[in-house]
Ligand binder design. Sequence first.
Ligand code: MN3
Length: 237
Amino acid sequence: MLSRRLFTAAGATLFAAPRLAFAQTAAPSGPHVLPPLPYAAEANEPHIDAMTMQLHHDRHHGAAVANLNAALKDHAQLAALSADALLMRIADVPDTIRTAVRNNGGAHVNHAMFWQIMGGKGGTPTGALAAAIDRDLGGFDTFKTTFNRTGAGLFGSGWVFITVTKEGKLAMVPRPNQDSPLMDGARVLMGNDVWEHAYYLKYQNRRPDYLAAWWNVLDWSKIAARYDQAMAGTLTI
Ligand code: MN3
């Protein structure tokens, strides 16, 4: 149980406390698994605090994986699909579990992507990705400004994504809730989570400040690798 003190004095308390044992409840143990954070929870400090990273990964993403597995429990054929294949076939998922798969499967792939592209030092993209941003998104500065404005203007909870379309173009795609562009047949290059749980401990209601700070933790080498995989048809989530 989290104490109120952890929320009200996150900075001082977190580093003194042992790692909290989240996501230890019994749940169907597959087929989907929570991928570990690819870096320490502190890696994105000071822009994204470690407490937020830990809660966001262990509890929010962990719950989505558990709920997705629970929804698929009696659906062996669907349970055999990869997460991206499952979302790309959302129309074939039975009514009884479609909303659960859309929400929790979407949350799973969205967060798995999100952890991958952070843990870096920011900066700017280079090479083929930079050229694609120039071609399709008006150049890096315009892309960044438009992306942040889109995130700030997204009502309620959701994500702003950059997708790679079937035609190989980049597109900026805001989505509500945990909806994934995979459901529309696009591949997801990158995206930012604008749910309050992504920023509220550090930024409270100041979503634009979070959006601005997020660029400082991006790992453009990871995003460039995702771009190459998307163009080669090998990118999954
Ligand atoms: Mn989230």
